[in-house]
Ligand binder design. Sequence first.
Ligand code: THU
Length: 132
Amino acid sequence: QDEALVREALLGLSRSYAPYSHFHVSAALLCGDGSIYTGNNIENAAYSATVCAERCAFFKAVSEGCRAFKAIAVVGGGQGAPASYTMPCGVCRQVMMEFCNPETFEIVAAISESDYQVYKLKELLPEAFGAL
Ligand code: THU
């Protein structure tokens, strides 16, 4: 399951729009019903309008009606294949917190299908502020 999710994320890397940082990021989000939504970073000349790959995937899924999530794979790097693990930024972790159970939701930070690390959201966003 993790390998399949990483594969989807790697396939999406070419769709990253990153003309400013040249850092390409792609994510594949596994929903409760087994469907997968991909996302990639989309940068903007006004830098703060940039959206990360993870939030792109979440907003695509939520806007299509998905509310249950199991895991997200994330890959990133410069041109070519990823060389190190790309960890979700703080804002993306907070968006995950809005929709996911921090005890069970998994973040798969990957370099390749055979080289990845798995974290629970709770580990990456301890003492989180959750939905009221
Ligand atoms: N970025 C992501 O898409 N996800 C992450 O987890 C880290 C950072 C993007 C934002 C920006 O387009 C580029 O990577 C450099 O920060």
